[in-house]
Write a protein that binds this ligand. Structure first.
Ligand SMILES: [Fe+2]
Length: 242
């Protein structure tokens, strides 16, 4: 089955729409969303309307839970926190209820879908260092986990008791008896130095994974963020992919 795996839309309607257009060409049979539909961007309700139509294979991210009071936003950095407070005031009641219903983890056979780490998704840990990756693999029950959260595409591989290996994040054919954690990057706020929206395509029969990049109208998104009175940094960072 061909999957499209999207994460971290963050209320960026233009990026989300550009990815939807790309999905028309890719024609995935199933679409997974790894959380953070809202926060940072100026169109949280519009993005949720699209997401709710698109798929029910959804997990919640820290910004989704933060927007509805299910996780502590005191640990968020100041622009993230002010964007969440802005979002909280604007989310429709129906969308608030929708976000509250979302789980933190989904499992399809050997494959886990989470926002942060597969072992303790509720802690919102990041996977940046090799010790963090080793710990995540230790409690990964299946062969494969798709994650988001850091907004940086990443493929980590672990074979038996060997150390964790970081592979080029753009494309891979998964090897047998090797376990993988794959970060599909972010649709709405990439942080790997490139502004194009990112998402993953995975064929679970061929075990082939591909990271896609989709250009979108960054300038319009930036204008909306400024007009909304959100922190200007949240607009600036989009053209740099930081
Ligand atoms: Fe995020």
């Amino acid at each position: 089955m061909k999957w499209a795996i999207l994460s971290d839309v963050h209320g960026n309607l233009e990026a989300f729409q550009a990815v939807l257009k790309d999905l028309d060409t890719e024609k995935p049979e199933k679409i997974a969303f790894l959380g953070d539909a809202v926060g940072y961007g100026a169109d949280p309700n519009e993005c949720l309307a699209i997401l709710r139509d698109l798929t029910d294979w959804v997990v919640a991210g820290n910004h989704d839970y933060g927007a509805v009071g299910l996780t502590d936003i005191e640990v968020f950095n100041p622009p993230a926190r002010s964007a969440i407070l802005w979002t909280r005031e604007r989310l429709s009641e129906d969308n608030q209820a929708y976000l509250r219903r979302q789980l933190l983890r989904r499992q399809n056979g050997d494959t886990a879908f989470v926002h942060a780490t597969p072992n303790q998704p509720e802690e919102w840990y990041y996977l940046f260092t090799f010790p963090e990756a080793e710990e995540a693999f230790q409690s990964l029950s299946g062969d494969l986990a798709f994650v988001g959260h850091s907004h940086r595409p990443l493929i980590l591989a672990k074979e038996g008791t060997l150390g964790v290996e970081a592979c080029p994040p753009e494309e891979i054919v998964l090897r047998p008896r090797v376990r993988y954690i794959i970060n599909v990057g972010s649709v709405g706020q990439p942080r790997d130095g490139r502004p194009e929206a990112a998402y993953g395509i995975y064929d679970d029969a061929e075990k082939r994974y591909l990271l896609k990049r989709v250009p979108y109208d960054v300038a319009t998104t930036q204008k909306k963020i400024i007009h909304a009175g959100l922190p200007p940094f949240l607009a600036q960072r989009l053209s740099q992919g930081i």
